[in-house]
Design a binder for this molecule. Structure first.
Ligand code: ZN
Length: 355
């Protein structure tokens, strides 16, 4: 038997004992070493995720690293004892949508989010990874577990948001929101050759980290109007090349549309669930004719991509460990959970140690 931290039902979390799962032919059983609490875990427990409403005793968590304990007969790339990172999304790579290159949505929008929604997550002494050869990656020897644990969700989403923003080399980009993913996005913009990176944020610690990760300008939206300020920084006041939405609110989304120039890109990584529509400001959109592109992304995974994200960490291109604001042992995970739930402005990422 093993210990698992579960959502007993909507609104209630706690530990229960579960049998150690047995891997199927394509699965791997992983012994957890480190994990991170995600704000989406709070959304799930608070009843804001439809697919979780009727769930009972489901193990939470989807951001983790560990050691391979056991593999199924058809797993070729990994063997017991390997140190591995995994995607926050563990899709079915045989699904038609995966084959179009959008694996996080295998089976339908957000369908690649299998942990918690379709099977037990990672907040347990052991967990299963399906299609292990596709959903795991080896951690380079020089990369610590506490850094690698960011690769599969926070780093891949942040970098992906910057890739999706189609920033021309030397171009101007603004990132709205400097939470953990927004901060990785700021870093991604720098890595991809932006000429000027603007971050919009008000929490002091996050503003400081935005600078650390590469923002040239940080705009505090409580002190000045970010739309006006960003447009004033653009060539001829015509708007900037790219804007990234990393919050998931109407105001930040429409600000992104307003600050981009004709032909610019709005890259959305914020989660807009929980309301019926997201509105587009028609004038800034040129009545639908301004040739602005809206792109979206949700933690792209897969062994090839995870390996590249780990290489960024290995060679010092990005150091996600600065995002760790609190640490707890697995026995105390509920304390960490309550901290993330509290929306304390000093909380960024809470690391859980299983060793
Ligand atoms: Zn997450």
């Amino acid at each position: 038997m093993m210990k698992a931290f579960v959502m007993k039902k909507v609104g209630e979390v706690g530990f229960i004992d579960k049998p150690i799962p047995e891997p199927g032919p394509y699965d791997a059983l992983i012994r957890t070493t480190k994990a991170l609490i995600c704000t989406s875990n709070i959304h799930e427990v608070h009843g804001r995720v439809k697919a979780m409403l009727d769930k009972k005793n489901v193990t939470l968590g989807h951001e983790a690293v560990g050691i391979v304990e056991k593999v199924g007969s058809h797993v070729k790339v990994f063997k017991p004892g390997d140190r591995v990172a995994l995607g926050g999304k563990t899709p079915n790579w045989l699904d038609p949508i995966s084959q179009t290159g959008h694996s996080s949505h295998a089976g339908g929008p957000m369908g690649g989010h299998e942990f918690e929604l379709k099977r037990d997550g990672v907040f347990a002494e052991y967990f299963l990874v399906t299609q292990a050869d596709g959903n795991l990656a080896h951690i380079p020897d020089s990369v610590a577990d506490e850094a690698a644990v960011f690769a599969g969700d926070i780093v891949t989403t942040g970098i992906g948001g910057a890739e999706n923003a189609h920033i021309p080399p030397g171009g101007i980009v603004a990132v709205f929101g400097a939470g953990p993913i927004g901060l990785m996005c700021v870093r991604g913009c720098r890595l991809l050759g932006a000429g000027l990176v603007i971050a919009v944020e008000t929490i002091p610690k996050r503003k400081e980290l935005a600078k650390y990760y590469g923002a040239d300008v940080v705009i505090d939206f409580k002190e000045e109007d970010p739309v006006e300020k960003i447009i004033s920084l653009s060539e001829g006041g015509l708007g900037i090349d790219s804007a990234i939405e990393a919050v998931g609110t109407q105001i930040t989304f429409e600000s992104c549309v307003k600050v981009t120039r004709p032909g610019g890109t709005i890259s959305n990584i914020g989660y807009h669930g929980g309301r019926e529509y997201v509105n587009i400001p028609v004038e800034a959109w040129g009545g639908g004719m301004a040739e602005k592109t809206i792109t979206t992304i949700m933690s792209p995974g897969g062994r090839e991509r995870l390996t590249r994200m780990l290489r960024l960490i290995e060679n010092g291109r990005v150091d996600p460990t600065k995002l760790i604001s609190h640490r707890f042992k697995f026995d105390d995970i509920e304390k960490g959970f309550r901290l993330v739930e509290s929306k304390d402005p000093d909380v960024l990422k809470v690391l859980i140690d299983f060793e």
